[in-house]
Structures are given as C-alpha cells and as structure tokens.
Design a protein around this ligand. Structure first.
Ligand SMILES: NC(=O)c1ccc[n+]([C@@H]2O[C@H](COP(=O)([O-])OP(=O)(O)OC[C@H]3O[C@@H](n4cnc5c(N)ncnc54)[C@H](OP(=O)(O)O)[C@@H]3O)[C@@H](O)[C@H]2O)c1
Length: 278
C-alpha cells in the first residue's frame, strides 16, 4: 500500500506558512507543523483536520534558540515520523537603520532565517536521499537578489537562503530529491508589522496574498524548480537586479524600504487565518 507522505512546515502560524499548510492538506499530505504559539497551531490543525481529514501533529518551538532544530528532529524521531517534504518557512524581518536595530534581535533573526534552515536541511536531507524521493522548499525573498538598506540583515540572510538552496539543488541532482527557493516580494501577512515596515513604499505598493504565493510555491516545488519567483512584479525586480548598475539597485532598494512618516500610511493588513479552501 502506498505510504501517505509527510510534510514538515515551519512557521505554520503565519500567512505564507498557513497558506502552504492548506495546500499540502488539500493534496492529502500528513502534516507536522511548528510555530511559537501552540494555541494558534492547534486551531489551524483542527480546521484543516475537519476540512480535509488531515492527520496533523503540532510542535510549539522557538526556532531562534540554539539547539531547537536538533530538538525538533529528536521529536520527529520519537514520533517515528518520516519527513518527505521539508518547508523551511519560519522567518522574520527587521526594518530600520542597521545601527538602530537591537543587536539581540538581529542575532535571533539570523538564527531563525539561517541556522535553523541550514540545520533542518542537513538533518533531514540524508533520509530523503536514501529513500530516493524528497522535496525541500526554502522560503527566501526578492530581498535575496538585492542589498536591502533599512532591512539589510534580513536581505543578507535571505541571500544566504537562496545561495544555499541553489547549491543543494545542484548537489541533489539525480537523487530524486529537489530543493526549491521560493522568493516572494511584499505579501499581506504579519511580516510587515513585526518588521516595523508597514510605512515603507514596499508595503504600501502592490502586494500579493499568501494564498497566491503558496499556490505558486507549491506548484514550483512539485515540478522540482530551483527558484520560484511568484508574480510578474517580483520577476521584474529579479530582472532589474541583474541588468541595472548595482549602486542604482541598492539606492532604489533603500528608497522603497526606508521607514516613512506614518501619516496617511494605512497599516498593511495582516493575513489573519486563511480559510481552509485557500
Ligand atoms: N510577507 C512578506 O512580505 C514576505 C516577503 C518575502 C519573504 N517572506 C518570508 O516568508 C516567510 C513567512 O513569513 P510571512 O510573510 O508568512 O510572515 P508571518 O505571517 O509573520 O509568519 C512568519 C512565521 O514564522 C514563524 N516564526 C517567526 N519567528 C519564529 C521563531 N523565532 N521561532 C519559530 N517560528 C517563528 C511565525 O510563527 P510564530 O510567530 O508563531 O512563532 C510565523 O508562523 C518568512 O521566511 C519571511 O521571511 C515574507
């Protein structure tokens, strides 16, 4: 009998992560979901379970703390879970001038965005290779393509995620495992408010919904694409970053990410919790 595949999705309590959970649940995957807020995880699990009959395990964990990726994998072993799909989605940004960011928060961000992603890939990839099938989706950003004045550490961390994903995709060629970097641009989630970037031009201009991003990410992942850039505006950012002079690219990136006077800047609506049909 065919084994039901299992997807591990980090950052399931937020916009893109929740939307990805709905996608996988609809496709019949068994889910293991993580986030720091157990109550939100449980509510999501109940909703997806009643909508799709999905089997879901919730693990509440702060991935900015050293050692938690190892602990998470130990929990998976205890459960006897075989992870077929790893979605490294948990992450956050930190807007504002570099010298005004709290150093401790910068370090936490680097931990979630870089260390946890790397360690989960390292610990779960060998099993996928042995079984001859696996999918890894690392959520990067359009910020991976450009330096990000006023969001510099975040963009640098996402450049790492893109570079690592491309390298692993190459190393995995012919093994049955594929690695995909999903590079969304501004998306309506809790991200902008947590990063303190609601007033920036980036988030006041057109943004995508988490459901749109998740749909394109899921499709690209299953096709084994190495890089998925959802939306034509984000594809244009990528093209510009390749052809325009680098100083100009950095300047424009700074202009759109610079904090603005809040006056007249409507808050970027957080995603809330998507309906199961998303
Ligand atoms: N929204 C955008 O404009 C945008 C653009 C490009 C890339 N991205 C990337 O997309 C991914 C998803 O973000 P989102 O936009 O959906 O934002 P979001 O709504 O804020 O969701 C972020 C998710 O990451 C989890 N997370 C954050 N810090 C964590 C920690 N220390 N430990 C464990 N989990 C943590 C959050 O869970 P808890 O808060 O419950 O812990 C939440 O589930 C991130 O990697 C982000 O960098 C977002």
């Amino acid at each position: 009998m065919k084994r039901t595949k299992t997807a591990l999705i980090t950052g399931a309590t937020g916009g893109i992560g929740q939307a990805l959970c709905s996608r996988f649940a609809r496709q019949g995957y068994r889910l293991i979901i993580t986030g720091r807020n157990p109550a939100r995880l449980n509510r999501l699990a109940q909703r997806l379970c009643s909508a799709y009959g999905t089997e879901i395990r919730c693990i509440g964990m702060d991935l900015s703390v050293k050692g938690t990726a190892r602990e998470l994998c130990a929990r998976l072993d205890q459960m006897g879970a075989v992870v077929d799909v790893l979605v490294n989605n948990a992450g956050f940004g930190l807007g504002g001038p570099f010298v005004e960011n709290q150093p401790e928060v910068q370090q936490q961000m680097l931990y979630v965005n870089i260390h946890t992603v790397t360690e989960l890939c390292r610990r779960l990839l060998p099993g996928m290779m042995e079984r001859g099938w696996g999918r890894i989706l690392n959520v990067a950003s359009t910020g991976s393509f450009v330096p990000g004045p006023y969001n510099g550490v975040y963009c640098a961390s996402k450049a790492y995620v893109l570079s690592l994903s491309r390298a692993l995709a190459e190393e995995c060629r012919g093994t049955g495992v594929t690695v995909t970097a999903l590079c969304p641009g501004a998306t309506h989630t809790g991200f902008a408010s947590r990063a303190g970037m609601e007033s920036t031009l980036l988030f006041r201009a057109g943004v995508m919904t988490p459901a749109q991003v998740a749909a394109q990410g899921y499709q690209g992942l299953m096709k084994g694409r190495t890089v998925v850039i959802p939306g034509w505006q984000n594809q244009a950012v990528y093209l510009l970053s390749r052809i325009a002079p680098q100083r100009l690219v950095a300047h424009i990136s700074g202009v759109i990410q610079m904090p603005r006077q809040e006056q007249g800047a409507g808050p970027c609506p957080a995603s809330g919790e998507p309906e199961p049909h998303q």
